[in-house]
Write a protein that binds this ligand. Structure first.
Ligand SMILES: Nc1nc2c(ncn2[C@@H]2O[C@H](COP(=O)(O)OP(=O)(O)OP(=O)(O)O)[C@@H](O)[C@H]2O)c(=O)[nH]1
Ligand SMILES: [Mg+2]
Length: 221
């Protein structure tokens, strides 16, 4: 057993105990880059904030909106002193001015590229329109960085069971070549369905002691 294997990981998180920690417009405003973090990414309006609220059973935790572009900062929610969920601004929102869009994209890329404590990405896509160009871009980035990705096909309540399963099978097929790093499931924040599968993935990432590096840089990112 290596020295790293002997470091105990944190306990399984209690998602219902999540509390808002802070928001960052820029990378240097993020909390110290240590511990275990999982980011929720995806196009504007995909349902990232709603998924976090459904998972934590707290409608008021992350701000949601019918208007795309609601989440404009990187929002951190604390599960324990060493475990966090992160609500990212949505990408691909056409109505935001170009300069603002460029700045978001820069900060998003910075966060994804530099954040050492990021253990995995939950990538949300509307079940009716999965794998859009921006999603592919995000997937390519994650795969290049060997970052595990769990795809939530959201708003599953908007489709009947058959079409929803067809979408799931289609995305699984498209991801077949990357199945070591990418998994896929159906999810509905409205119906609170898909929690168990999501929690299994999050628990695995947020307690994985094998990725713990005691020499990790603990400076703020
Ligand atoms: N029917 C249904 N609507 C949903 C579901 N999840 C989210 N929505 C709705 O979709 C809209 C966008 O949800 P948000 O959670 O704000 O989306 P977001 O991805 O955080 O959006 P940005 O912050 O703009 O990036 C809201 O009107 C939600 O009520 C779902 O599972 N089912
Ligand atoms: Mg949001």
């Amino acid at each position: 057993m290596s020295e790293q294997d002997q470091v105990p990981g944190p306990a399984t998180p209690n998602y219902r105990g999540a509390v808002y920690l802070t928001s960052a417009a820029k990378l240097h405003q993020c909390p110290p880059d240590k511990g275990w973090e999982v980011a929720f990414a995806g196009r504007s309006n995909a349902g990232k904030s709603s998924a976090i609220n459904s998972l934590t059973n707290n409608k008021k935790l992350a701000k949601t909106s019918k208007t795309p572009g609601r989440t404009q900062l990187i929002n951190f929610f604390e599960l324990s002193t060493s475990q966090r969920l992160v609500d990212l601004p949505g990408y691909g929102f056409a109505k935001v001015p170009v300069a603002v869009k460029k700045e978001w994209t820069k900060q998003l890329e910075n966060y994804l590229a530099k954040r050492q404590c990021l253990r995995g990405m939950i990538l949300l896509m509307d079940v009716r329109h999965p794998l859009q160009p921006f999603d592919e871009q995000m997937l390519n980035w994650a795969l290049t960085a060997h970052m595990p990705v769990h795809i939530l096909l959201t708003k599953a309540d908007k489709l009947k069971k058959g079409p929803a399963n067809n979408s799931l099978l289609g995305v699984r097929k498209a991801m077949k070549a990357h199945e070591a790093l990418v998994s896929v499931q159906l999810f509905s924040a409205l119906k609170h369905s898909g929690h168990q599968q999501l929690v299994e993935v999050l628990d695995g990432w947020l307690t994985d002691a094998s990725v713990y590096d005691p020499d990790e840089d603990i400076e703020s990112c």
